[in-house]
Design a binder for this molecule. Structure first.
Ligand code: FAD
Length: 416
């Protein structure tokens, strides 16, 4: 069976839902196709102990009034339930358990071939997220089969890993959180750290995100001249959401027994090479932190806000004895390699020329160079918060009138 629609939205995460709501506001008939359930990745590709990095008030989506300013950090499952409620409460046209297997061009229209029939659409919004597949370095293939390899998307708790120690590769938010959890379970833990951003949980009396939001930092447009692949390779901030607002960084992990190494650069069997670059990565991570704090200080000064000084956040008295060189993991009792090395996109289901040489959609602020094709929810798409729950709504609201203008709000496909 073939169905017709003005705008087809592929993906029922926060981006797809925000887009649907914004298009309804603009009078555009749309449908959201989701291969699993609403908020599928928050339910199936995140670990059970995960709490959001962003405070509760940063879960605003278009048309949603939050009751008061919610502090604290939601669990992934709670967020999924909220997104489900949002879709129901806003009456969004979401169809679940329908997989878009292929998207084709059909003249100036699109045909989506799905696991349950086809859709013809005048416009399509790709809202499939930035986390289709774990990005695992190619040298992972050179690791001995005796080492158990697992991506962060599959990790469900330290108790489910084979006996023995764990090498965590990656030192952004995911790597430091999982390294901390695994070390706390009593296992020997090595963390291979590359590029990262050391970030305070709180600064000058408030949560970091309060300042980043109020100062306009999150709304800053992208630096120009960077390719989509470069923008998406930016490391996330080293942060954890917890009731005690604790800070997490490589120094605090080292104090808790985690062995910190330079970035893991290759392998042969059970021997992994760690680069002698930790001091450089730490230096860069520190500079990024200081830059961010200076920007917040400047905002506090210019806005005349009375906020206590926080000299401790500016200091770094930590010391690290990095591990580097070629290390035999088996000899160190390590049985698992956990990849926290980020994600890549998979647009293999788009059957026309829409991607660049890196496999990223060719787009500018969500407008692809194929007329009628749009994308939403990619990191740094329009600003720093484009992939955040709280930022995607702004992008959806900005794209909706563009899509509407192209379609002509009253000129539906069926009427045409
Ligand atoms: C570990 C982790 C923690 C994060 N923590 C935070 C946080 O604290 N705060 C914050 O603001 N952001 C956070 N983010 C970033 C961002 O909010 C999430 O990545 C979020 O899931 C992005 O939402 P999305 O709707 O863009 O994409 P997704 O949630 O990935 O949704 C895409 C949807 O598309 C569906 N789909 C994909 N392909 C198809 C297809 N072919 N056919 C049909 N359906 C398809 C998927 O099933 C999925 O449901 C985090 C990200 C990660 C990875």
């Amino acid at each position: 069976m073939t169905q017709f629609i003005d705008c087809l939205i592929i993906g029922g995460g926060q981006a797809g839902l925000a887009m649907s709501r914004s298009l309804l506001d603009a009078g555009i008939e749309n449908v959201v196709l989701e291969r699993g359930s609403i908020a599928n990745r928050w339910r199936t590709a995140r670990w059970p102990s995960l709490r959001l990095l962003t405070p509760g008030w940063m879960t605003r989506l278009p048309g949603q009034q939050l009751a008061g300013r919610e502090e604290g950090f939601l669990r992934a499952g709670d967020l999924a339930a909220r997104l489900q409620d949002y879709a129901a409460g806003q009456g969004l046209p979401v169809i679940e358990k329908i997989d878009v297997l292929a998207l084709e061009k059909l003249g100036d229209r699109f045909r989506a071939v799905t696991s349950r029939g086809s859709w013809i659409a005048r416009s399509v919004v790709v809202a499939t997220g930035a986390c289709d597949r774990p990005r695992i370095p190619s040298w992972g293939r050179d690791l001995s089969p005796s080492l158990y390899q697992i991506a962060s998307t599959q990790y469900r708790g330290a108790e489910q890993l084979p006996q023995g120690g764990v090498l965590v590769v990656g030192a952004s938010a995911t790597g430091v959180q999982l390294g901390s959890e695994i070390a706390a379970s009593g296992r020997k833990t090595i963390l291979a750290a590359g590029s990262h951003v050391r970030s305070p949980r709180r600064y000058r009396g408030r949560d970091l995100f309060d300042w980043l939001d109020a100062s306009g930092f999150l709304a800053e447009p992208n630096a120009t001249g960077r390719s989509p692949a470069q923008l998406m390779a930016q490391p996330s901030m080293q942060l954890i959401g917890s009731d005690d607002n604790r800070e997490i960084d490589l120094y605090s992990l080292a104090r808790r027994g985690v062995i910190i190494a330079g970035h893991a650069s290759g392998a042969l069997g059970s021997v992994v090479g760690f680069a002698d670059d930790l001091a450089r990565s730490l230096g860069l991570g520190e500079r990024r932190r200081q830059r961010m704090l200076s920007q917040i200080d400047a905002f506090i000064g210019s806005a005349g806000i009375d906020a206590p000084e926080d000299p401790a956040a500016r200091q770094n008295t930590g010391l690290l004895m990095p591990m580097n060189g070629a290390i035999d993991l088996a000899g160190h009792g390590i049985s698992t390699v956990l990849w926290a090395t980020g994600y890549r996109r998979d647009y293999s289901w788009i059957h026309f020329d829409a991607c660049d040489a890196d496999g990223e959609l060719r787009q500018e602020g969500g407008l692809c160079d194929t007329p009628g094709l749009y994308v939403l929810g990619l990191p740094f798409m329009r600003h720093r918060a484009s992939s955040f729950i709280d930022g995607v709504g702004r992008d959806a609201e900005a794209l909706a009138p563009v899509i509407a203008a192209r379609l002509g709000a009253s000129d539906t496909l069926q009427a045409a």
